[in-house]
Design a protein around this ligand. Structure first.
Ligand SMILES: CC(C)(COP(=O)(O)OP(=O)(O)OC[C@H]1O[C@@H](n2cnc3c(N)ncnc32)[C@H](O)[C@@H]1OP(=O)(O)O)[C@@H](O)C(=O)NCCC(=O)NCCS
Length: 180
C-alpha cells in the first residue's frame, strides 16, 4: 500500500472501499446527512478507481483525521484547459489542526502530481472567514494567484453583478512544480 509517515506518526494513504463506512460515520457534517455523505464518498471512490481523482486519507493511531483529493479533470476551465490538476476538498479534523497535517497532505499531492509529469498544480479557496486558515496555508506553501480573478460556480464573475458569498465564490492559485 502506498503510505507515508511523518514525525508525528501521521500517515497518508489512498482511499479504500472499506474506509467508506468509517468516513460516513465520522465525516457526516451538521449541514449534510449520512445518506448524502455516503453518495458523495461512493462517487469519490468510483472516480478514484477511474483515476479521475486521487482521494487520500490521513491517519493517526489508526484513526482517520483528515482527507483530500487531487482532481485530474477539474471543473475550473483555466485548470482544465492548461492541464493543471487541482487539490480539492482538503479537511483536517478540528482537534488535529496546526500539527502540520494540512501541509503534509498538500506536499503529498505535489509529489504525486510531479511524479505524474504535471508542471503546475492548482488549488481554489473561498473568500469568507472560514477559509482564512486555508488562505494562510496556501500562501505559506508558495501558492500564487493564477491571475484570472474570482469565479462563481467556476465561471468568471461579472463586475457589477451580485453573487452570494458562499462556498462557490472562489479565488484560484497555482504553484510551479518545475525546480528552478
Ligand atoms: C485549512 C486546513 C486544511 C489547515 O490544516 P492544518 O493541518 O491545520 O494546517 P497546518 O498545520 O499544516 O498549517 C500550516 C500553516 O498554515 C497556516 N495556518 C493554518 N491554520 C491557521 C489558522 N487557523 N490561522 C492562521 N494561519 C493558519 C499557518 O501559517 C500554519 O503554519 P504555523 O502553524 O507554523 O503557523 C484546516 O484548517 C481545515 O481543515 N480547515 C477547514 C477546511 C478547509 O478550509 N479546507 C480548505 C478548503 S480550500
Amino acid at each position: 500500500m502506498n503510505s507515508k509517515k511523518n514525525d508525528s506518526q501521521a500517515s497518508i494513504r489512498n482511499l479504500q472501499e472499506e474506509d467508506l463506512e468509517k468516513i460516513v460515520h465520522k465525516f457526516t457534517f451538521p449541514w449534510s446527512t449520512s445518506e448524502a455523505t455516503f453518495v458523495l464518498w461512493k462517487n469519490y471512490f468510483q472516480e478514484h478507481q477511474r483515476h479521475l481523482r486521487t482521494v487520500c486519507i490521513i491517519e493517526k493511531q489508526n484513526e482517520i483525521v483528515g482527507y483530500g483529493n487531487l482532481l485530474r479533470s477539474p471543473e475550473y476551465p483555466h485548470f482544465k484547459n492548461n492541464n493543471i490538476p487541482e487539490i480539492n476538498a482538503i479537511w483536517i479534523d478540528e482537534q488535529s489542526r496546526r500539527q502540520n497535517l494540512g501541509t503534509m497532505l498538500i506536499k503529498h499531492f505535489e509529489e504525486m502530481a510531479t511524479d505524474d509529469g504535471y508542471q503546475t498544480i492548482g488549488i481554489g479557496v473561498g473568500l469568507y472567514q472560514d477559509y482564512g486558515p486555508a488562505q494562510r496555508l496556501y500562501q505559506k506553501l508558495a501558492y500564487r494567484f493564477d491571475g484570472n480573478g474570482i469565479t462563481y460556480k467556476c465561471q468568471p464573475v461579472i463586475p457589477g453583478e451580485s453573487y452570494c458569498v458562499d462556498d462557490d465564490l472562489i479565488i484560484w492559485l497555482t504553484k510551479s512544480l518545475v525546480p528552478k
